[in-house]
Design a protein around this ligand. Structure first.
Ligand SMILES: [Zn+2]
Length: 63
């Protein structure tokens, strides 16, 4: 019952469900590429660059 993962078009978070648990957006795309695993937002330079404030999985590119 987990469903297919989709990527939030707003913040690129990989979401399994109807809405993004980070920004609350329901603008999700099933077409995305790349996978970014952010484990520690405080120490991740990529997270800072992308404005990610919560650890988890993110898409590199969302179509
Ligand atoms: Zn989002």
């Amino acid at each position: 019952m987990s469903g297919k993962p989709r990527a939030c078009r707003n913040c690129k978070r990989i979401v399994v469900g109807k809405s993004c648990d980070v920004c609350g957006s329901t603008n999700l795309s099933s077409s995305f590429s790349g996978l970014l695993l952010i484990l520690d937002v405080e120490k991740s330079r990529i997270a800072k660059e992308l404005g990610i404030r919560k650890s988890g999985r993110y898409a590199v590119k969302v179509d």
